[in-house]
Design a binder for this molecule. Structure first.
Ligand SMILES: [Fe+2]
Ligand SMILES: [Fe+2]
Length: 182
């Protein structure tokens, strides 16, 4: 697997969680009671995974390609800024969820609006990278570039971390599916 195909697979997996969250938002709008601790686990997983693994790898990949193509530079800069902003949104949402878990009065409309913003921002970011960044990067990069990139960013350098996050992902996904179908 190349680093770009690994990042793409991450996007596919994250999108699956985000799409179930979208369904969950519709149910919440219809008045169903949220399973707040499950919401917290999912948002926390997405934030931890993005900040701890996925975005740092992308940032390193972008750093390698900086200065090779102006158009690519511009879209990569947009993504680097988005990584900072997404972290802010995720933590603001986690704080709101923490408030709900600790009996703070949070109007349901506010909670749903924050959740909706989080999900749509995350999805927009994945789509932007897939449509604007990876395609332009593929056009710009030479075989020699990919060889250098693969040396700098070995795939699954930490198999234990990889396995742990795969297990966590699977169990969260299954729990979300159960919740949405209950
Ligand atoms: Fe990203
Ligand atoms: Fe990404």
């Amino acid at each position: 697997m190349t680093v770009v195909s690994e990042l793409h697979q991450d996007h596919v997996n994250l999108r699956k969680l985000l799409e179930i969250l979208d369904k969950k938002i519709l149910k919440l709008k219809e008045g169903s009671q949220p399973n707040i601790s499950l919401m917290a686990d999912v948002i926390n997983y997405i934030a931890t995974y993005a900040e701890g693994y996925h975005h740092p790898r992308e940032d390193k990949l972008f750093a390698y390609f900086h200065g090779k193509n102006d158009q690519l530079d511009a879209v990569m800069k947009e993504c680097e800024d988005a990584h900072v902003n997404l972290k802010g949104y995720a933590h603001a949402l986690l704080e709101t969820i923490d408030g709900v878990l600790h009996d703070a009065v949070v109007p349901m409309d506010d909670f749903i609006a924050k959740l909706e913003t989080f999900v749509s921002n995350e999805k927009a970011h994945l789509d932007f990278e897939e449509a604007k960044v990876f395609s332009l990067m593929n056009e710009t990069a030479t075989n020699a570039d990919w060889k250098k990139v693969e040396k700098q960013l070995p795939v699954e350098a930490d198999p234990l971390f990889g396995e742990k996050r795969t297990e966590e992902y699977k169990s969260l996904y299954a729990e979300l599916m159960r919740d949405i179908n209950s």
